[in-house]
Design a protein around this ligand. Structure first.
Ligand code: AMP
Ligand code: GLY
Length: 421
């Protein structure tokens, strides 16, 4: 089986690495990949951008790729899955229309609302004055979100009317997020604990992935600016049997059924960001139309079944009898970012990595090779991930791994996993 993984982050490194473990997989190509994927056995990078759909299709045809797996949201929202299918190629991911669950917050909220799937109350606005009036009516704290894709930065939790009006002005008038911010959603502030609930869907059948939780805030104790994620672990103790049942019965199943009934059957990874309340009830904070980053890294360390095969079953509508086997150990990943993240940061810094073992691995997110030298190249750069007999042990081992990385300009949290301990 030949596999093409589209993307270049830590998520894609972990997906490609997992697929390459299996004898049935002869080779994995990553477009465009990073220094981590470049150095793996049975994996090669190809220099095609994740959004260059025409070139990706030409490559998949020429190499006789059996299954393509899409990592990031941008090519999905552009319609990579529709175009691959039109070209007769197997690909695992949602159609352009189904990817709107992530691509447009207004689409997502309207969908949840009309299908009575639990979420925060909301209203969408294109004009500043009615938006600010709505905040006055509802009071603070309140949440302001840019409608379109904003790389995890389009959400402001406003604790005062001033913060709310600044955010609204910034998005609607200041053009802060360009077209993505020409419409805003204003919604209820939800309290509770968040979890990442990720499943595979084949249009109808659902195969849940292991549970996980990430830490979105940059600094220890979940303080500081929001980021794409500073670390994650699996399983997530907060997902009790009741939370799991509620998530499946009140959120995931109704979503998959409604997407089918509305003519946009959902195929691909579906990631519900859930807020869990004191009664273990759940509400949807957001949908992502892809696997999480960094959740993928600890989850892939635990997945014992062949992901490429599961994705092929998913693309063929055949997940009904599929099962995913999990390592019973816990797994935890610590993101190492460039200092300054999520603002201005340095690139091109020299990194020396420790040797990986069967239970510890440094996944690459933003690295390049320059004449054999490993250099930092983006904001989130590495994810040091370890298995352990329980969450505490996985945390200890992941930080042991972090401490063996030689990189002067790194920034990382020292408390990943605290929420689960
Ligand atoms: P989103 O991109 O919608 O996931 O939002 C990013 C982060 O903002 C979430 O992971 C939450 O931590 C926070 N957030 C988003 N919406 C809400 C809400 N309605 N209430 C409380 N926190 C929220
Ligand atoms: N870790 C959050 C995300 O992938 O959106």
């Amino acid at each position: 089986m030949k596999v093409l993984v589209i993307g270049s982050g830590g998520r894609e490194h972990a997906i490609a690495w997992q697929c390459a473990q299996f004898d049935e997989v002869s080779h994995v190509f990553v477009a465009p990949g990073n220094a981590g994927t470049a150095q793996e056995k049975k994996i090669s990078n190809i220099s095609i951008a994740a959004e260059d759909i025409t070139e990706l299709i030409a490559f998949a045809k020429e190499e006789l790729i059996d299954i393509s797996i899409v990592g990031p949201e941008a090519p999905l929202v552009l319609g990579v899955v529709d175009d691959f299918k039109d070209a007769g190629l197997a690909i695992f991911g949602p159609s352009k229309k189904a990817a709107q669950l992530e691509g447009s917050k207004v689409f997502c909220k309207d969908f949840l609302d009309r299908n009575k799937i639990p979420t925060a109350y909301y209203k969408a606005f294109t004009q500043t004055i009615p938006a600010i009036d709505y905040v006055k009516e509802k009071g603070t704290p309140i949440v302001i979100k840019a409608d379109g894709l904003a790389a995890g930065k389009g959400v402001v939790i406003a604790h005062s009317l001033k913060e709310a009006s600044d955010a609204i002005n910034d998005m609607l008038e200041g053009n802060r997020f360009g077209k993505a911010g020409s419409r805003v959603v204003i919604e209820e502030f939800l309290e509770g604990e968040e979890a990442s609930f990720i499943v595979m869907v084949d249009g109808n059948n659902i195969l849940p992935m292991a549970t996980s939780q990430d830490h979105k805030a940059r600094d220890n104790s979940d303080k500081g600016p929001n980021t794409g994620g500073m670390g994650a672990y699996s399983p997530a103790p907060v997902v009790s049997d009741l939370v799991y049942k509620n998530a499946m019965e009140k959120v995931i199943r109704p979503t998959v059924d409604a997407m089918k009934n509305e003519g946009a059957p959902y195929t691909g990874f579906l990631y519900a960001g859930l807020m869990i309340d004191q009664n273990e009830d759940v509400r949807v904070l957001e949908y992502n139309c892809r696997f999480g980053d960094p959740e993928t890294q600890p989850i892939m360390m635990r997945l014992q079944s062949n992901l490429a095969k599961l994705c092929l079953l998913g693309a063929n509508g055949s997940l009904a009898n599929a099962a995913a086997e999990w390592d019973s150990r816990s797994s935890l990943g610590v993101v190492m970012a460039a200092r300054g993240y999520p603002n201005a940061y340095q690139k091109g810094e020299l990194i020396t990595l420790p040797i990986n073992s069967s239970s510890s691995k440094v996944f690459h997110s933003g690295t390049i090779l320059d004449n054999e030298k490993l250099l930092s190249n983006r904001r989130r750069v590495l994810c040091a991930t370890s298995l352990g007999k329980d969450l505490k042990d996985a945390q200890n081992r992941a930080y042991e791994l972090v401490n063996k990385v030689r990189w002067d300009g790194s920034y990382f949290r020292t408390d990943i996993g605290f929420k689960g301990l």
